[in-house]
Ligand binder design. Structure first.
Ligand SMILES: [Zn+2]
Length: 344
């Protein structure tokens, strides 16, 4: 990592303002120009909150993605929503999201929309913080598509989606994007029961065209839809295999897991920068700057300040905006204090 030690960063998403959610439920009453204004305003607000917190790296808050996976599916041809298995009542969880049936050849002639998101971010962001775009890896992207005769299993679906993701990555680099996060939560959630080598190989083929052309990071968490995890929350099954993935930075979820397996970051830090989740996005306990200082120091027992970045455990989309603001500001302040204390 170049320059400043203990940089502060985020995983893509930021909570939607209430008015954005309300408007999305009444979007048919908006004209195209109104919609454009709505999305610009939403991204501007997400940028403003992140800049006010003092982060070194910011995103567009994924304000134009209404659902992490499903919003990409609106760009994919050859699929149709299927609602038969959706649970409508009871405690909120991932099984309340619809799946899609594959009904034809999978195509994405208009891309996946990430390039337009990045152009909007570039247009609206102030000079200063580094701008990060995020794309899901094909295995994660395949998560809500039901395999069929043509695409017989999840890997076959992922293979079909791989060129779409690749095209998006190449487009981002051509547009001047210097940092791209490849979000791979499905790889981390299901690594325990999958062939980790196969996942690594799939990931590396996906990013190959942009390796060395931008800073690549990957986010490995255990799920956060409606604030719920979906995998056994252990990194053990992923490492050391996942260190073969061709990225510059590996992000791990630690705060919500009370820093279990923290020693693993020493292994990661030998080969990659490591972004540690020091903010629990699932808890409404607001970490104080002192908490953050202590957590950073625990991390520094395993990895040098040049290699260490600080982040929340996951995107903040499932955390109320007031809490997200406070958590980010305290994270930045905690990092500043440690930098000062260590004379960095
Ligand atoms: Zn996550």
């Amino acid at each position: 990592m170049e320059g400043k030690c203990l940089q502060t960063t985020v995983v893509g998403s930021y909570p939607f303002p209430g008015w954005l959610e309300f408007s999305m439920n009444h979007i048919d009453q908006f004209g195209p120009a109104d919609r454009e204004e709505l999305l610009n305003d939403a991204v501007s607000v997400a940028i403003r909150d992140q800049v006010a917190a003092g982060l070194d790296v910011i995103t567009d808050g994924e304000q134009t993605r209404i659902d992490f996976n499903l919003s990409f599916y609106s760009f994919i041809e050859g699929i149709e929503p299927e609602s038969a298995s959706v649970r409508l009542f009871g405690p909120p969880a991932h099984d309340q999201r619809g799946k899609h049936q594959i009904t034809g050849e999978l195509r994405a002639p208009r891309g996946l929309g990430v390039l337009a998101e990045f152009e909007r971010l570039k247009r609206l962001a102030p000079a200063g913080p580094r701008l990060k775009a995020s794309v899901p890896d094909p295995y994660t992207l395949s998560g809500r598509l039901i395999p069929n005769a043509e695409y017989p299993d999840r890997y076959a679906v992922a293979e079909a989606l791989l060129p779409f993701v690749q095209q998006e990555l190449a487009g981002l680099v051509a547009a001047g994007c210097v940092e791209i996060a490849v979000d791979a939560p499905s790889m981390s959630c299901y690594a325990y029961r999958e062939d980790q080598k196969r996942l690594t190989e799939l990931f590396n083929r996906t990013v190959e065209p942009v390796v060395g052309k931008c800073r690549l990071s990957m986010h490995l968490c255990f799920g956060n839809y409606k604030g719920r995890a979906v995998g056994p929350r252990q990194y053990g099954p992923m490492f050391p295999q996942f260190l073969e993935m061709k990225v510059d930075e590996v992000h791990v979820e630690m705060a919500s897991r009370e820093f279990s397996e923290l020693e693993l970051i020493a292994e990661i830090g030998k080969r990659r920068d490591v972004a540690v989740g020091v903010v629990d996005v699932k808890s409404y306990y607001i970490e104080t700057p002192e908490d953050i200082q202590k957590r950073i120091k625990r991390c520094l027992q395993y990895v040098s300040p040049e290699r260490l970045l600080l982040a929340p455990d996951c995107g903040l989309s499932q955390t109320a905006r007031w809490a997200s603001r406070l958590k980010l500001a305290n994270m930045v302040e905690g990092a500043r204090r440690v930098r000062k204390e260590l004379g960095l």
